[in-house]
Design a protein around this ligand. Structure first.
Ligand code: ZN
Length: 889
């Protein structure tokens, strides 16, 4: 009996050993838990993982299983390495090249039949792109990606996960803003446990642009935008999902459908699919007992097409974002009903918010868990509807091609002859980088009632991403939606009008009749240098494989003389000027060769070098001889840029602009301004568009560590006043003009200050102004200029005013060119920009946003002119007498 029992026991033990050995072989080494690598569980109170710690964990995952590959996608703005994780079944990863080929083919369907597409959809897998951390302070996103990878890789035999791994390929960005994750987590670690634990950041979490990293999708101004765009063009995912954390309180997560209005050119098929995914996520949350999901609220409209997580809709990709609730960082918070808005306290179930969140604790872990459910629901949807999703990507592209074979616009022509050909090149390169095909005429051609020249660029619209082109090129008519009848307008969540050719000062012509066959035969697709896709991910446009084929027409250098005059209508002329100043040269203003305007004359650098730079930049330039002084030497041009502690994006964009064009400048903080004695250090001080409060008061004391508290205060205002009175130039962009009017007591009034929103509303739109081309501050501007306004001041002058108007609104009619404008009478006849004499110096007030998100190439030069407006140029400056008389009111 005993012996028998012992035999069974041995047998059982052997069987158990065998079973465990088999399991170990099948699973390779054990999948490491996040805790084993980070030292804490994901979402633990007060604990956050940096980007570097996150990547260290992903590397351990890659060493432990063949269900994940890591890809080096390029570098960030600060040069940090950037990793993308690809997760799928080992079989799919082994044939990833073939699956990529299918994704590419259905994304670019020219020549494909419906039957071919069905066959490809049957064979292909859904490429799903999920990321966290775009807005780095919305921190749960970058933490959830760590947990999501573990969830998928540690249970590959769970039936639902097995289906996901078999049917989809997940492109998981541990963070889509690596620099930001490190900045935010290090900042929190510095403060956790101190009175400043939940302090806001005093710097931008992405170089130059911070939160605007979700506004750069079509402009691709910063490296990160280009790395992401290039990666998406390489893999052509069918679903793109970005996690955010600004849920409308007290709801716990906001999900699509988007609020009104949506971008009108988005394919309806994509909108329908995204609506379905939003509802699918809500259902998954509910079945997990995660309450409080909503689709309501007027906040998240999808009008502006510059979101990185929405623009791909115009490339026939299901793309969307969600907004999970956030308190601050990893600090938990307890909410009671008293914290709720009054109309939400009854916890009444609503159609799209049927399980109201009742309050209580909200922790980082809760946010991470909601995001895990949402990401997993997306993958589950992709797995279940694999073939439909793949076929619909094909269909949306095929429909776009068909549409513009049959209806206008049939094409856009961008002539090579432009005021600023370089701006046309910049615009086309961005489109090409985003996958739009650009052609060039190889001979002169007559069509659509016009003559076009050899070399002119043509964008035929019978291509799959044509809706993107149309959405960017056409005039926006923002719908007049009111909060209630006759009430104030519903505020657009972002810009109302962005028409790219208007902003960039480029002439783009819509072709209204079908392009004749003989013209089609004269079209040569632009091709570029073949370069390694990844090696050049952080390089400028000019080295990209397609965009490099788009180049400006040849330079034209005329005349004789020992100085070089450049035309400031060309932005690249300012690159030459800053190069010359850096080389010890000098610059001055002289009358233009023809017409009203002025131009810059550069001296002090050998002509051969100047000409070389002009040729490199394809500039129009003239060799001239002028008498008189040599202009402003480099040593006299000392430019400062004021940076408040409030993490100002517009200040960041100003740095971006000055860096792009090679200007040298010093960034000054509120403490530098308060310290005074500015006139001995600087000639020009630039202030970006910030509110008077951000400039004067900054963050309140006690809300941030003391070194980042406060603004320039009264002492700073007095120092700026003294700086100008002593002969300095203070340049105030947009909202900061309101600061200067008050703080320096200028005889100027903002006529729309304090006007009710129901009477006047002009936000994020393009308006027309008339400029005084004879004034050096408007050098290179057209007489009728298009400017981007956004909560902008409108000026009239008061008794005692000395100086001149630089730009004005027409005395009658509406200046609206694109977007939304209510109350045009407040603009008519008033000034959009002023040069105000103050003591021995000047205050330049620019009542628009000349460098908004790096988009209005047509007004960049007003910032450059202002930066060069040191005393030597300012002293000789006067505009056209009688250009503007302030209207009598
Ligand atoms: Zn966000």
């Amino acid at each position: 009996m005993h012996r028998f029992i012992r035999q069974i026991a041995v047998l059982v033990s052997i069987t158990a050993t065998l079973a465990s050995a088999t399991a170990t072989n099948a699973q390779q080494p054990a999948i490491p838990t996040p805790e084993s690598s980070l030292g804490f569980t994901v979402g633990a109170d007060f604990k956050l993982a940096t980007y570097d710690e996150s990547i260290a964990y992903f590397q351990k995952l890659a060493a432990a299983t063949n269900r994940i590959h890591l890809i080096d996608v390029g570098k960030t703005s600060t040069g940090h390495a950037w990793t993308l994780a690809v997760i799928s079944s080992p079989e799919n990863l082994a044939r990833l090249d073939r699956l990529k080929g299918i994704a590419q083919r259905i994304a670019h369907p020219t020549g494909l039949t419906d039957a071919d597409a069905h066959r490809l959809a049957a064979e292909g897998k859904v490429f799903v792109d999920i990321s966290g951390g775009l807005h780095a302070s919305e921190i749960a996103g970058s933490q959830h990606t760590i947990q999501l990878a573990y969830d998928l890789l540690s249970r590959p035999d769970d039936p639902k996960i097995k289906a996901i791994l078999d049917n989809t390929v997940l492109f998981l960005w541990p963070s889509i803003n690596p620099d930001g994750q490190n900045i935010v987590v290090n900042w929190y670690r510095e403060n956790v446990g101190t009175p400043y634990e939940i302090s806001p950041l005093h710097e931008l979490y992405q170089k130059y642009i911070g939160h605007d990293n979700n506004r750069d999708a079509y402009m691709l101004n910063v490296v990160e935008s280009r790395v992401v765009a290039r990666t998406w063009r390489e893999w052509e995912p069918q679903i793109i999902y970005v996690q955010h954390q600004t849920a409308p309180f007290p709801t716990r997560i906001w999900l699509p459908p988007f609020a009104e209005p949506i971008a009108p050119r988005v394919p309806a098929l994509m909108s329908r699919q995204v609506n379905t995914i939003g509802m699918t996520i809500a259902q998954a949350l509910e079945s997990n007992g995660q309450v409080g999901a909503t689709h309501m609220g007027t906040g998240f409209d999808a009008w502006y097409p510059g979101y990185i997580d929405y623009m791909p809709m115009l490339q026939n990709i299901n793309s969307y974002w969600t907004e999970t609730a956030l308190y601050r960082y990893a600090t938990p918070h307890f909410y009671t009903l008293d914290d709720f808005p009054r109309d939400m306290r009854d916890l009444r179930p609503q159609s799209l918010y049927p399980s109201p969140w009742p309050g209580g604790w909200w922790r980082l872990k809760d946010a991470v868990d909601y995001m895990r459910t949402a990401s997993m629901a997306t993958l589950d949807y992709a797995s279940k509807y694999r073939e439909d999703i793949l076929y619909n990507r094909y269909q949306a592209g095929r429909n776009a091609i068909k549409r513009y074979v049959a209806e206008p616009p049939y094409a856009y022509v961008i002539p090579q002859s432009q005021r600023d050909p370089g701006a046309a090149v910049e615009m086309l390169r961005r489109l090409a980088f985003n996958g739009v095909r650009v052609s060039q005429l190889d001979r002169d051609a007559v069509f659509d009632g016009a003559i076009y020249r050899r070399g002119d660029w043509v964008i035929p619209m019978d291509q799959e991403f044509s809706e993107l082109v149309r959405q960017l090129f056409e005039v926006q008519e923002y719908p007049d939606l009111r909060e209630y009848p006759e009430g104030p307008p519903e505020q657009p969540y972002d810009a109302a009008g962005w028409t790219l050719p208007f902003q960039m000062g480029v002439n783009a012509i819509e072709v209204r009749s079908p392009v004749p066959n003989e013209t089609r035969a004269a079209l040569r697709p632009v091709r570029g240098k073949p370069t390694d896709w990844r090696a050049s991910a952080d390089a400028p446009f000019s080295t990209d494989s397609v965009a490099s084929g788009i180049t400006a027409p040849p330079p034209a250098i005329t005349g004789s003389g020992n100085l070089l005059a450049v035309d400031p209508a060309q932005n690249d002329a300012f690159r030459l000027i800053s190069q010359a100043l850096a080389a010890g040269g000098a610059v001055r203003v002289a009358p233009a060769a023809r017409g009203q305007g002025v131009r810059y004359v550069v001296s002090g650098v050998p002509m051969s070098r100047l000409e070389g730079w002009a040729r490199e930049r394809s500039l129009r330039a003239e060799r001239v001889s002028l008498g008189g002084s040599a202009g402003v030497p480099a040593a006299r041009l000392r430019i400062a840029l004021f940076k408040p502690w409030t993490a100002s994006m517009d200040e960041g964009w100003t740095e971006w602009l000055l860096d792009q064009y090679g200007f040298r400048y010093t960034v000054i903080a509120p403490t530098d301004v308060r310290a005074g004695d500015l006139a001995t250090r600087f000639d020009v001080i630039l202030m970006a568009s910030d509110s008077p409060r951000a400039i004067t008061d900054g963050f309140g004391s006690g809300t941030v560590p003391p070194r980042y508290a406060g603004g320039i205060g009264d002492a700073g205002a007095r120092a700026l006043d003294a700086f100008v009175r002593a002969g300095g130039t203070l340049v105030c962009l947009n909202q900061s003009a309101n600061f200067a009017i008050d703080a320096l007591d200028l005889p100027v009034k903002n006529v729309v200050g304090g006007v009710a929103r129901k009477d006047f509303f002009a936000s994020g739109s393009i308006l027309e102004v008339i400029t005084d081309q004879a004034h050096p501050l408007m050098a290179g501007m057209p007489e009728h200029a298009k400017v981007f306004v956004d909560g902008s001041p409108v000026f009239t002058t008061l008794d005692g005013f000395e100086g001149s108007a630089l730009a004005k609104y027409a005395p009658s009619g509406s200046p609206r060119l694109s977007g939304y404008l209510l109350g045009e009478k407040y603009l008519q006849g008033n000034a959009a920009a002023l040069d105000v004499k103050h003591g021995r110096g000047r205050v330049v007030l620019i009542g628009f946003r000349p460098q908004w998100r790096g988009q209005p190439f047509g007004t960049f030069r007003t910032v450059f002119n202002a930066a060069l407006f040191g005393r030597d140029i300012a002293e000789g400056a006067s505009g056209t007498a009688g250009f503007w008389a302030a209207p009598k009111r």
